[in-house]
Ligand binder design. Structure first.
Ligand SMILES: Cc1ncc(COP(=O)(O)O)c(C=O)c1O
Length: 361
């Protein structure tokens, strides 16, 4: 096995090599500072500059408008499954609409029902979450508290190609597995959120981008950590932030800016990478079958199967031997899942594609 493999993990996932190298170089002592980032007070100037820099880079990459606030939180995306209804639904007589396009949307709903009234606006279960709703399929509530979607379902590999129309109702989207992989018009959203450990850094930091006016009404009996306003008023330092994770997230953003310049550029590379694998599936004469229908296929998580479990196992074992690792599908779906986030090099995807052709032969 080569020293550094091509790691197709769904998350925590591959990080850009220049980011790891810079972090390694400065791990013990930041130049001019003499301490590791991990050892610095979050109230000191060095860390505060790192924090501000990471935030500024995110704002710039995503063109975040002044109407929205960027927060660095903890608790992963799963805490957002609760924080969102706690802040936007609890204590109101409104209903929150959930569009269920896979496992993560379902889990988000499971938390929301504890906080208030919910409505399933669409559920892809009958076709085993291999498709997405058209606009006319959605059973939306008028004057809902918000509509929740999952931009990219990491397990099933289905990805919204554009936002559904929700009128004046705030749109809330879980971007955990396609954050920073393509441009997003933040002004269309009430909240977008993403755990970092796929495209933005290590596990432990979660980015929330929230429209400022939505922070006004949180139910007054919430624990302090759960109130978005507390984090916004304290520049994400209401409690000690995950400083090392935020530092790495800043380095990932710097890498994107220096390597690609814009999210349009990384999107083009991501589309080309995904196409290599989908072509191999489509041209395999049925040897490989994709899970998602072609129109909604994810550019981040390519899910497919061979004929039976034994063949899947053989495929995964042989791939692993040549340094193509962590390709096993999620236990609920099985088969193969190639997660090809921003930091997966084109050569890694080409090597996997070549292996797929070879294995079929
Ligand atoms: C789309 C999506 N949402 C939510 C989560 C949960 O994130 P966390 O484990 O950081 O809470 C994941 C994790 O894989 C995910 O892929």
């Amino acid at each position: 096995m080569p020293e550094r493999v091509f790691n197709f993990s769904a998350g925590p996932a591959v990080m850009p090599l220049p980011v790891l190298e810079e972090a390694q170089r400065d791990l013990v002592a930041l130049p001019g500072v003499g301490s590791s980032v991990m050892e610095l007070s979050h109230r000191g100037k060095t860390y505060m500059d790192i924090h501000a820099d990471a935030k500024a880079r995110l704002v710039s990459l995503l063109n975040v408008p002044d109407t929205h606030e960027v927060l660095f939180l903890q608790g992963g995306s799963r805490l957002q499954f609760s924080m969102i209804p706690m802040n936007l639904l609890k204590g109101t007589d409104k209903t929150a609409d959930y569009v269920l396009t896979g496992s993560w949307g379902k889990k988000a709903l499971e938390e929301a029902v504890k906080e208030g009234k919910t409505n399933v606006a669409w559920d892809g279960k009958p076709s085993n979450y291999n498709n997405l709703p058209s606009q006319s399929d959605l059973k939306l509530t008028s004057d809902a508290a918000y509509v929740h979607i999952t931009s990219n379902e990491t397990i099933q590999g289905v990805q919204f190609q554009s936002e559904p129309e929700v009128g004046n109702v705030p749109l809330v989207s879980d971007l955990s597995s396609d954050f920073l992989s393509r441009p997003v018009d933040v002004s269309k959203y009430g909240i977008i959120y993403a755990c970092a450990q796929k495209n933005a850094g290590p596990a432990g930091v979660t980015v929330v981008i929230i429209r400022k006016d939505l922070m006004a009404h949180a139910s007054s009996d919430l624990p302090g950590y759960m109130v978005y306003r507390n984090h916004a008023e304290n520049d994400s330092m209401w409690n000690t932030p995950p400083t090392f994770g935020i530092y790495l997230l800043g380095l990932v953003c710097k890498w994107l800016q220096e390597e690609f310049g814009s999210l349009e550029k990384i999107q083009a590379q991501n589309e080309a990478k995904a196409q290599l694998l989908y072509d191999a599936i489509d041209q395999s004469g049925g040897f490989y079958t994709g899970h998602a229908v072609p129109e909604v296929r994810s550019k981040m998580n390519v899910t497919f199967k061979l004929g039976d479990d034994q063949s899947d196992k053989k495929f995964l074992a042989a791939a692993n031997e040549i340094g193509l690792t962590q390709l096993g599908g999620h236990r609920s779906v099985g088969g193969v899942r190639a997660s090809i986030y921003n930091a997966m090099p084109v050569e890694g995807v080409e090597k996997l594609r070549d292996f797929m052709l070879e294995f079929k032969k």
